[in-house]
Design a binder for this molecule. Sequence first.
Ligand SMILES: Cc1ncc(COP(=O)(O)O)c(C=O)c1O
Length: 373
Amino acid sequence: MSNPGIPAAFSPPDRLLLGPGPSNAAPSVLKAMQRPLVGHLDPTFIGMMEEIKSMLRHVFQTENEMTFPVSATGSAGMEACFVNLLEPGDEVVIGVNGVFGARMCDVAERCGATVNRVEAEWGTIIEPSTIAAALEGCQPKLVAVVHAETSTGALTPVEEISRLAHDAGALFLLDTVTSLGGCPVAIDAWQVDAAYSGSQKCLSCPPGLAPVSFSPRAMNVLTNRKTKVQSWYLDVNFLASYWGSERVYHHTAPITMNYALHEALRLVLEEGLEARWTRHRQAHETLKAGLAKLGLSIISQEGHQLWQLNAVGVPDGADEAGVRARLLSDFGIEVGPGLGPMKGKIWRVGLMGHNATPANVKRFLDALGQCLG
Ligand SMILES: Cc1ncc(COP(=O)(O)O)c(C=O)c1O
């Protein structure tokens, strides 16, 4: 076997992460990860887990007892919701207006469910009337939509969709990966039965944890399943015992990631949810005004544009990938490319959590102006 040699210790460059995620973590969050390790059943760690649960409930705006972080990324949060709530043969209605709605369909199909896709043009929202039309032709167990579509920058209002789902006797599932901590998310007021998120977006924590929340109605469904949950790791019946008062060993929680989330949530509470949302809105408005001065605009549906993820139209003749590469190499700024039908047509500019500041908006606009000449 050839000897690969020992590489130098990895020394990452200092980037301003203005893409679709991860966003930069707050300095105190990174510092928290350097604290000494304790065991995952250490009484001090268990005390911290309780604080994480209670802070998450506040950020999700819910009283749901079953609110905790899954030890994996946002996609595992998505998968945890679907594999626990669906059984083979169940029907679902899923809104698809971007990459993540499509991913939900794939996950639901792998659970053996029959999927009714409600498609909307990328960049637009899922209209309640289209969900209502789909509900007329089926009796789903679940209706699911993505709140903040990171691939297109559209924010779908969900209260009406939730009402339609419940009127049809279905549970309502919401992806809050990009919305949580950056704009209002009200799990109880909107009667969301299952929600998942990710640590690396507006919570400004590294990627690696997926906060989830299940309503008592969802818990009733998943504890009365006829079949075993097909994923051992994501079975909420086990996770409930691990994160609940019994503390039954299930897996070894990633200790330092939980330190990070604890600190990140503390920062959210310290700032206050309303103030945090306002800061995101203001950063978006400042960006939008600055883009207009450069002759650029945000292409997602007017009136439903995300504050924390801005889909900036690439002007005719500009080299989409070249500009992104130069932003990174010359200015240390990462922005994201368009995906699917948006490939080559947009830059995805994230102003998430810690990064949603006037100084970052100015730094980006100055750099973009120079790249576009
Ligand atoms: C809306 C949405 N859902 C789900 C995911 C998947 O999360 P992760 O990449 O952390 O697995 C993402 C990631 O960008 C997302 O933006």
